[in-house]
Design a protein around this ligand. Sequence first.
Ligand code: FMN
Length: 355
Amino acid sequence: MKLLEPIKVGDMQLHNRMAMAPMTRSRAIGNVPNALIAEYYKQRSSAGLIITEGTSPSPNGLGYARIPGIYSKEQIAGWKLVTDAVHENNGHIFLQIMHTGRIAATQNLPQGGIVLAPSAIAAAGQMWTDSVQMVPNATPKEMTIDEIKSTIEEYKQAAINAIEAGFDGVELHSASGYLPNQFLSTSANQRTDEYGGSIENRSRFIIEVLAAMSKAIGSHKVGIKLSPGMVFNDIEIDDATQLFPYLLQQLNGLDLAYVHVMRIPNWEVTPNSFEVVKTFRETYKGTLLVGCAFDRESGEQLLQDNQADMMVYGSLFLSNPDLPARFEKEAVLNAPDQATFYTPGAIGYTDYPSL
Ligand SMILES: Cc1cc2nc3c(=O)[nH]c(=O)nc-3n(C[C@H](O)[C@H](O)[C@H](O)COP(=O)(O)O)c2cc1C
């Protein structure tokens, strides 16, 4: 089975072609990773590559409750527990760097944190807070050029911190409506300067962040996640069929570890998204990771058809810590329990059984 064959990604020799998808689990009390989180990832270290939950490069990027950061000494030390645990089991692990931008409640930000976005337009939808429960997403402050530059610096420092914490690399979260995706958007981004308007301008933020991170830690240690056509978190990209090919051409020149794309089932997205993802394989010359709603058979099929180099599994890894072994044996799978996806504590987190 191709899913269980080794593969070289960046400078890593991975045991198999099954990546664990980045998944926010909201167990980082005080935004600091802990021993429970280390246990969770250790249990899943038979994945060819673990991509961690979204982790903020800045106090400004902590839009959700109890998500971790990677900007303080304490957070770096917390993450070290995780990388040590995974490496003890010969696993590989990338840190997903996620700045939530306008998908945020001010109540979730630490003191001094500011909700920032390309334009001062609130996203439709609500956000959970532990203090007052659901609130509408905050109206963000439009970023000044200085704030754009300092945010890029935060991403760069986050990448450096990730390496200090023992990660094998980082993934820039540019999907699902968070800050980089807000820059790509024709709805969230109404800027008239060099970061808004044309496809080239809307792509600029992502290219600059990737370049800064690559310069700091090496491009082979940097990946990116994209979600063409995703409307989640109030994102529209009217010209997706032109924007993504342009962006991928730019990524070709950066020599990254990988591009990770969500191939969202057609019924959940704008009609052209499936078509856009099909063009990724031809346009992007490097390693391509594909995920979203795949199982053993459909993932294996995509690899056999040479439409991806590696498959990404989310909820199946969440509920099956030993997913590669289960795929190998065609074993029964544990079902994920949505009720405990984001609740604090071990229940629905580290208590899913292995075979
Ligand atoms: C509980 C949960 C949390 C998630 N959090 C993140 C996240 O922090 N970053 C991200 O890029 N995607 C996140 N996702 C999306 C997954 O990475 C993945 O793309 C999605 O679940 C589809 O894959 P699947 O059908 O195999 O689960 C999350 C998904 C789930 C189920």
